[in-house]
Design a protein around this ligand. Structure first.
Ligand SMILES: [Zn+2]
Length: 338
């Protein structure tokens, strides 16, 4: 389906064109609450006691397995997002215009001047310009002029009319239909124009190239000393000057990069929470013998750090020897003390 190459009107400025269109849960997934069969672990961090429960015991091997999984997931993540970045951002932000290599038979160039605005000389010059454009691009142009009232009867905008007209006129996607419409009022001419390009013309009629044409054509149309024919010829010339130049769309580059980076960041958090998050605490953790029990905590009188009562002979934070009363004996379940 063809799509707009942009357009404009005398009163309304010009506009741009449109575009077509957990698996394998880790063996050390920590939970904060006890469940039957759980292993009870604790670790110290910043002077505080942290408890967690695990279905499987934490071993050197399980920590290593987590590290390997985390590394593999990170590599897959990096490769995937590099690929996405190349395909989505670099592929669209940098355009290298090329001649579309499409075979089609309908290559007759037409200037259908329903308004009768082109003189014979102008028709010759315009035809030459269109032929040159076709030679360079393999795209067949078609110029159509029409009175405003002839499309306003059935359409609310010229773009819709040009779209239908394209489908009516051509069986391929290798045409560029340029419609110029006017009420031919001598006082204040109410004019419109619209470009409609076939999808196969996109490699050469890039966003950048049609933008160059659109801006030039609009500027020349606003100049009373330049005829519509000259405006067209000058605009084709202007676009052809830099037709094959590569260019960067900074908006697409920056916007696309930020979008991919945001997506990648969210996904990395997911990978980290599944594989990476527990690696550090697994290393610090020690298992408590009674899984269901709520262990009492003591505060070190030297450093103020918290530790589990009854399992240490020295403070796990500062190393100070603990009074014999806090020595390594397991107290009873606090619930059973009374
Ligand atoms: Zn201490």
């Amino acid at each position: 389906m063809p799509h707009s190459s942009g357009g404009g009107s005398h009163g309304g400025g010009s506009h741009g064109g449109s575009h077509g269109g957990h698996g394998g849960s880790s063996s050390t997934s920590h939970t904060r609450t006890y469940f039957p069969g759980a292993h009870h672990y604790a670790y110290y961090k910043n002077g505080k006691v942290h408890h967690f429960y695990n279905k499987e015991p934490i071993t050197e091997a399980s920590i290593k397995k987590n590290k390997v999984s985390f590394r593999i997931a990170t590599i897959i993540w990096a490769v995937f997002y590099l690929f996405m970045f190349s395909a989505l951002v670099l592929g669209t932000a940098f355009s290298h215009p090329t001649v579309p290599n499409v075979r089609y038979s309908d290559k007759d160039i037409y200037i259908e001047d329903n308004l009768g605005i082109f003189t014979d000389d102008e028709l010759d010059d315009l035809y030459d310009a269109l032929e040159e454009f076709q030679d360079i691009t393999n795209v067949t142009p078609y110029i159509l002029t029409i009175r405003n009232k002839d499309w306003k009867k059935h359409y609310s905008d010229l773009e819709s009319y040009a779209y239908d007209e394209y489908l009516e006129l051509f069986d391929d996607e290798m045409h560029w239909l340029i419609v110029f419409s006017s009420d031919q009022d001598d006082e204040w001419e109410d004019w419109y124009w619209e470009g409609m390009q076939g999808d196969d013309t996109d490699p050469i009629l890039t966003d950048h190239n049609v933008d160059v044409f659109r801006k030039a054509f609009h500027k020349y149309l606003l100049d009373d000393d330049i005829s519509v024919s000259d405006a067209l010829i000058k605009s084709f010339d202007k676009m052809e000057e830099g037709l094959f130049e590569s260019n960067v769309s900074w908006g697409a580059l920056i916007g696309g990069t930020l979008g991919i980076a945001f997506h990648a960041g969210i996904f990395y958090l997911g990978i980290w929470s599944v594989f990476g998050m527990n690696i550090k605490t697994d290393k610090l953790a020690f298992e408590l013998p009674e899984a269901e029990k709520k262990y009492q905590e003591d505060t070190c009188e030297y450093c103020g750090g918290m530790f589990i009562h009854g399992i240490h002979i020295s403070c796990p934070h500062c190393g100070a020897a603990l009074p014999p009363a806090d020595g390594p004996i397991f107290v009873q379940d606090p619930a059973k003390l009374s």
